[in-house]
Design a protein around this ligand. Structure first.
Ligand SMILES: NC(=O)c1ccc[n+]([C@@H]2O[C@H](COP(=O)([O-])OP(=O)(O)OC[C@H]3O[C@@H](n4cnc5c(N)ncnc54)[C@H](OP(=O)(O)O)[C@@H]3O)[C@@H](O)[C@H]2O)c1
Length: 248
């Protein structure tokens, strides 16, 4: 998929929600989707970062995005229901969700893993995506073609010591993806897949590997081919699959 060259209008007419859209891979995906014609809902924790992405999209002539500040750590099912109501009023349908926001929090062996941190990581990385998906399913069902992408990680496909709640939450994300994909298989207009971006130069990566030279890693923009393909109509028919971008 590295050689995928999508047309400029790949996503035109589509409304796409990206979580963690203010930084790292989520920011790059939001900009790539907007550059290919989508109307973006920029969801995230830090308003200033979301505003900067908003400005970049406007300056480059993209469709006017919407900003939705939300901290997944404290968000409840009520908050996600409110969000879906706003989206219904403003947009009518939803053609895609990129579940991207996540926290690493800490690396620790299970013996010592702080219980409060465990709950927090599960809330942001797994429970939030579940509640957001549940709230948005009626809107996704109204779309002619909709794609749900859960962001995966190799440590959530094959375990690694010390990755604690982060790894377990990513295993959970794969499970959520598979269950939902089976439940939507017959509805034909909704695709559900997971995508591991591979080692990428972001804050999360530098927290996990503080001694690593960031220059040795690809920048988020270099991972976007697969993000575009999976969000757009060219991946129609693919569901329940675990994709990855192997390059550094
Ligand atoms: N980078 C890699 O090498 C790599 C490898 C495999 C998988 N991934 C996955 O890729 C995705 C993106 O990670 P990244 O590397 O781009 O990390 P990042 O640069 O740290 O970005 C994470 C994004 O998630 C947001 N976020 C974190 N906690 C949040 C919360 N409580 N509520 C709302 N938003 C929250 C952050 O918002 P703020 O900016 O406000 O903090 C930020 O925009 C994650 O799912 C990660 O697991 C990354």
């Amino acid at each position: 998929m590295r050689d995928y060259h999508p047309p400029k209008n790949l996503l035109s007419g589509r409304t796409i929600l990206v979580t963690g859209a203010g930084d790292g891979i989520g920011r790059a995906a939001a900009l790539a989707y907007a550059a290919h014609g989508a109307t973006l809902i920029l969801l995230g924790r830090t308003l200033a970062k979301l505003e900067a992405v908003y400005d970049t999209i406007e300056e480059s002539g993209g469709a006017q995005p919407a900003i939705y500040p939300l901290n997944l750590e404290g968000a409840t099912d009520h908050d996600y229901f409110e969000l879906s109501k706003v989206l219904e009023t403003e947009f009518g349908s939803l053609e895609g969700i990129l579940h991207n926001a996540a926290q690493l929090a800490l690396l620790s062996r299970i013996d010592d893993y702080d219980v409060e941190t465990w709950y927090k990581v599960m809330q942001v990385n797994l429970n939030g995506p579940f509640m957001l998906t549940q709230a948005c399913l009626p809107l996704l069902r109204k779309a002619d073609d909709a794609s749900i992408i859960f962001t995966a990680d190799c440590v959530g496909r094959k375990a690694k010591a010390y990755w604690g709640a982060y790894a377990v939450s990513k295993f959970g994300v794969e499970g959520l993806m598979q269950v939902l994909a089976e439940e939507t298989r017959d509805s034909s207009n909704i695709r559900v897949n997971s995508l591991d971006p591979g080692p990428t130069r972001t804050q999360l990566r530098s927290l996990a590997y503080p001694g690593e030279n960031p220059e040795s890693l690809k920048i988020p923009e270099k991972a976007m081919s697969l993000y575009l393909w999976l969000m757009g109509p060219d991946s129609a028919g693919y569901t329940a699959q675990a994709f990855d971008t192997n390059e550094k």
